[in-house]
Design a protein around this ligand. Structure first.
Ligand SMILES: Cc1cc2nc3c(=O)[nH]c(=O)nc-3n(C[C@H](O)[C@H](O)[C@H](O)COP(=O)(O)OP(=O)(O)OC[C@H]3O[C@@H](n4cnc5c(N)ncnc54)[C@H](O)[C@@H]3O)c2cc1C
Length: 240
């Protein structure tokens, strides 16, 4: 639902998919209260809505694997609350039907174990026992990760947004960001502070609202509003 925006926020998150909702949630969880999330349509209306919600933790990048491990811990935690995202810890199978693929998942298994993931190598028959609908024909082996699973992406997104909101964040839907201006502090390029002025269109007023992230809101808002670029963008930003 469209709503009036606060005049400023220390942190502005653009996009109310699972990514933006998660950023807002984690900021609030770490004590940041001045968070504003802007979503041009409704929460989950982007690719999150289309996601199958499969959660496989093993990634080619150790940082991503660690993040996905953290996600699983979070989903378990949320599942015990009123904001349950529908987490089902079904486990996952990676099948190998060629020697090269078998070698690949063997390497992955060693690497996963070093990352603390409980991924184990199993035989084709063991895989078929775990997932009787599959045919083991031609399968040489499999990697089994018991802590992988599936989550309902929309419920997860709404859960994270609700928790962020409960912790003080403002979630503004029907609010499309139409421009971002970088405002350097008086130190210029050598300054340490960079502020962003964000122009957004709300469905309620169909007008620009500027939300600089720090102080000097009046001058900065005025600078953005009087900029020859921003009003023209704003006037064409009505369509979604
Ligand atoms: C068919 C399909 C299946 C998938 N299956 C899986 C899966 O099984 N497992 C998995 O991990 N991933 C899966 N994914 C990928 C997953 O859905 C995405 O990685 C994830 O949803 C990305 O979330 P996001 O928040 O970054 O983006 P989005 O969900 O797209 O959110 C971006 C949001 O930003 C908003 N926005 C855009 N521009 C503006 C603006 N100017 N102002 C304000 N708001 C704006 C949009 O409206 C949107 O709501 C799948 C994706 C698809 C399409």
């Amino acid at each position: 639902m469209a709503q009036a925006l606060p005049g400023r926020a220390r942190v502005v998150v653009i996009g109310g998919g699972v990514g933006g909702a998660s950023v807002a949630f984690h900021l609030v969880e770490r004590g940041e209260r001045d968070v504003l999330l802007l979503e041009r349509a409704e929460l989950t209306s982007g690719s999150t809505f289309h996601s199958a919600g499969l959660v496989g933790q093993l990634r080619s990048d150790p940082a991503l694997t660690t993040m996905n491990g953290w996600s699983v811990e979070l989903y378990r935690r949320l599942e015990e609350t009123e904001h349950a995202p529908g987490w089902v810890e079904s486990g996952s199978l990676r099948l190998a039907s060629s020697p090269a693929r078998l070698e690949e998942i063997s390497r992955q298994a060693g690497w996963a174990q070093r990352s603390g993931l409980p991924l184990e190598l199993i035989s084709a028959d063991e895989a078929a026992e775990l997932f009787p609908l599959m045919s083991a024909h031609g399968v040489l082996g499999a990697a089994y990760t018991p802590t992988d699973g599936q989550v309902d992406p929309a419920r997860l997104c709404y859960a994270l947004a609700a928790l962020a909101r409960a912790g003080g964040a403002t979630i503004a839907q029907q609010t499309r960001v139409v421009g971002i201006d970088t405002l350097l502090s008086s130190g210029g390029l050598s300054g340490t502070e960079i502020d962003l002025a964000i122009a957004a269109l709300t469905a309620a007023t169909d007008s620009a609202t500027v939300t600089p992230s720090t102080s000097s809101i009046v001058e900065r808002a005025a600078r953005v509003r009087s900029s020859p670029i921003m009003p023209s963008r704003i006037s064409t930003g009505n369509s979604r």
